[in-house]
Design a protein around this ligand. Structure first.
Ligand code: HEC
Ligand code: HEC
Ligand code: HEC
Ligand code: HEC
Ligand code: HEC
Ligand code: HEC
Ligand code: HEC
Ligand code: HEC
Ligand code: HEC
Ligand code: HEC
Length: 412
């Protein structure tokens, strides 16, 4: 893959707006071999002028090499079409050559940039992914910085295993095969998260970024990422043997919920894991955590305090819907006044056990026969208004004095 090079003709000093641009193989080869030519501005990362970046991380780093320090004054990075101009995050010098670093937030779809004054076009198509599980790494358009090597030799001039002085202080010494080299470019991954994941913060990057056989110099773990996770979290492998395994855990997609490096939410989840995370996928449950105050709606109070995980395991349990216990035991663990009550709720003499549920043939009457555990349009999370006996009428269609019609399977 050739680097793109913008160049001023005949070594003239640059004049903004009048620059010539051409992409020249010779100059590209020169750039690759590291010999700088006067008047040359080249793009070292990303490689090539058209890229597809598929990631959940929308930040991309651009490194522009400037052979003639005079060009630094006129160098610019702009969104195409006279859009936003970006400030470099740093300009670093080695042997008289400057390496100007930019960090850019991408928007979904096409992102077009121009490196000025040489009008070098850079096109990055950003495809946000929530999981890399099924990513095709053989796609030639896919931008992978580490596809063939850890880094181009030129970067190594500064990004060696020896860290820049400022970093030597902050780089934590861990144990195992510590990848200090990764830190010098990816320090944000190590430092930024509030909730850090130990192997990432200890710079044990290679514990996960390898593949067998090697697919690239630095591999992105794919397939069933759980294989990696269970490598250390041995005691969690038992989840897979449980009766009810949550969908994404069953497919081995741990990182669809957990950021493997760390995040600003507890347990390194991409967002608050109590409830917000769940309703990203379970959209129909969104109304139970965010309902307009003006609307008449009863939400199970526990949802705002402890969220979905008050009752469901995000991973696996022995109970249907990955509930933490059998439904009745679960409800009673909080609503202790109904513990051991055989009859007498909601009205005197009303059986709570040992009778069939007319609304759900084949199952016994339990708490959720009458209460939606999440919430409903009606008081007490009932399926209808208790006033006027409407809730009762769901089962006692002939009026509440009458026994509900027994479902056919009970012979009634
Ligand atoms: C002349 C020295 C030098 C060269 C050559 C160089 N860099 Fe850097 N780079 C640095 C320094 C210094 C930092 C900042 C470290 C710090 O934050 O203190 C840095 C930071 C970075 C960062 C982190 C940026 C951020 O905001 O977190 C990335 C990514 C990076 N460089 C990529 C590259 C790549 C890719 C190349 C080769 C194409 C390269 N650099 C070549 C000196 C250099
Ligand atoms: C010279 C700087 C540099 C060094 C050193 C470096 N990276 Fe990267 N890495 C990058 C850049 C640039 C990207 C492209 C994404 C971006 O712009 O942030 C990248 C992307 C990645 C990706 C995404 C897949 C890919 O190939 O694009 C992974 C995974 C990764 N780096 C891991 C590592 C690990 C692990 C190490 C240490 C062995 C390491 N990196 C060392 C600069 C560097
Ligand atoms: C616990 C395993 C694990 C460790 C340790 C780990 N990574 Fe990763 N990393 C992953 C996985 C899995 C992905 C793919 C993420 C996804 O599904 O979005 C990834 C993706 C990346 C990416 C590309 C996407 C992004 O989030 O920017 C970079 C860059 C990266 N890792 C760098 C590093 C560096 C640098 C280290 C060491 C400081 C490191 N990783 C340590 C598992 C790990
Ligand atoms: C190299 C070993 C290693 C690998 C691989 C690894 N972890 Fe960890 N993980 C740890 C260590 C060590 C801790 C911190 C110990 C602890 O708090 O239990 C930890 C902590 C965690 C925590 C927080 C636990 C808590 O109770 O706060 C979560 C969540 C987690 N890891 C998820 C994952 C996921 C998901 C993967 C796979 C992408 C993974 N880990 C891969 C070693 C690893
Ligand atoms: C559907 C999202 C989701 C998926 C997929 C997921 N987790 Fe979790 N994980 C969570 C949530 C939410 C918590 C916090 C639970 C809590 O607050 O009680 C958590 C907590 C954890 C913890 C710390 C608490 C504990 O139970 O020890 C570990 C370790 C962990 N997950 C590992 C994994 C591994 C390994 C995988 C893949 C097999 C995985 N997770 C898949 C959402 C998920
Ligand atoms: C990444 C998407 C995703 C996230 C995030 C997620 N789930 Fe799921 N969930 C699924 C999938 C996929 C299934 C399996 C659906 C199926 O089998 O029909 C599932 C199934 C379930 C089921 C069983 C439903 C049934 O009908 O059997 C429950 C309960 C559940 N999830 C609760 C949660 C909770 C609680 C959270 C938050 C901790 C959560 N989910 C987060 C994707 C997700
Ligand atoms: C108070 C306990 C409790 C809380 C909190 C809770 N659930 Fe449930 N959930 C249940 C019970 C019990 C069932 C089984 C319902 C039944 O038998 O009718 C269930 C069923 C489900 C189902 C499968 C059936 C359906 O209704 O689609 C999903 C999905 C689900 N819950 C997601 C969630 C999500 C997402 C949250 C957080 C917004 C959440 N639950 C909070 C107790 C709870
Ligand atoms: C983790 C504890 C917890 C669990 C488990 C739990 N609840 Fe609750 N529930 C609460 C709290 C807290 C309240 C609010 C109490 C209050 O306002 O006095 C509440 C309130 C209620 C209410 C009254 C709602 C209203 O409008 O006032 C009903 C009905 C209810 N729960 C039914 C159930 C059922 C059925 C289950 C089992 C599926 C269940 N709960 C499981 C904690 C829990
Ligand atoms: C036959 C339908 C039905 C069944 C079954 C049922 N409930 Fe209720 N529940 C109601 C009705 C109706 C109300 C409202 C009572 C009123 O108007 O005062 C209610 C009220 C409640 C309340 C709020 C008032 C209070 O007493 O604190 C809680 C909590 C509650 N139920 C929990 C449960 C639990 C736990 C179970 C399972 C052990 C259960 N319910 C089974 C119909 C039922
Ligand atoms: C989910 C269905 C359901 C709902 C809703 C329901 N019930 Fe029942 N109810 C039953 C069942 C089942 C029985 C037991 C019938 C039997 O013994 O065969 C029963 C029994 C009764 C009995 C006892 C009848 C007798 O045999 O003496 C009374 C009284 C009663 N219900 C009143 C109510 C009232 C009042 C409401 C509304 C607040 C209500 N029920 C809501 C299902 C329900």
């Amino acid at each position: 893959m050739s680097n793109l090079v913008g160049r001023y003709g005949n070594g003239e000093s640059p004049r903004p707006g009048k620059a010539l641009f051409f992409c020249c193989l010779l100059a590209a080869l020169a750039a690759l071999s590291g010999t700088a030519q006067a008047g040359e501005i080249s793009l070292l990362a990303p490689f090539g002028n058209e890229q597809e970046l598929m990631s959940r991380n929308r930040i991309v780093n651009l490194v522009v090499k400037v052979a003639d320090p005079q060009d630094l004054d006129t160098l610019s990075l702009q969104s195409a079409g006279g859009g936003r101009a970006y400030d470099p995050t740093g300009r670093y010098e080695k042997n008289g050559v400057y390496y100007v670093h930019y960090s850019v937030h991408l928007k979904k779809g096409d992102n077009d940039f121009i490196v000025g004054p040489v009008r070098l076009p850079v096109k990055i198509r950003y495809i946000p992914l929530s999981s890399l599980l099924n990513l095709n790494f053989d796609n030639p358009d896919l931008y992978l910085f580490h596809k063939n090597e850890v880094m181009p030799a030129e970067c190594g001039g500064c990004h060696g295993a020896e860290l820049p002085a400022r970093l030597q202080k902050t780089a934590r010494v861990g144990y195992g095969q510590v990848s200090t080299q990764c830190y010098s470019c990816h320090q944000r991954i190590v430092e930024a998260p509030e909730w850090k994941h130990f192997p990432a913060s200890a710079m044990l990057c290679r514990a996960c970024h390898r593949s067998d056989p090697p697919r690239a110099e630095v591999s992105v773990p794919t397939g069933k990422v759980e294989d990696i996770c269970f490598g250390c979290h041995l005691n969690k492998e038992r989840w897979l043997a449980m009766e009810h395994v949550h969908g994404p855990v069953g497919t081995g997609d741990c990182t669809i919920c957990h950021d493997p490096h760390g995040s600003n939410s507890q347990f390194q989840l991409w967002t608050d894991g109590k409830a917000k995370l769940c309703v990203v996928c379970h959209e129909d449950k969104k109304k139970f955590i965010a309902r307009g105050a003006e609307e008449r709606f009863t939400i199970h109070t526990i949802l705002s305090a402890r969220g979905c995980v008050a009752c469901h395991s995000p991973h696996a349990t022995e109970h249907r819907f990955q509930l933490l216990d059998e439904i009745e035991a679960l409800c009673i663990s909080c609503h202790a006044d109904l513990k051991g009550v055989e009859a007498g709720h909601p009205v005197a003499g009303h059986p709570l056990r040992g009778v069939g549920d007319p609304l759900r043939p084949g199952t016994d009457l339990i708490c959720t026969s009458c209460h939606d555990p999440h919430g409903s349009e009606y008081a007490f999370m009932l399926p209808a208004d208790v006033r006027g006996g409407l809730a009762c009428a769901k089962c006692h269609s002939g009026g509440i004095r009458e026994k509900p019609k027994r479902p056919a399977w009970m012979g009634g």
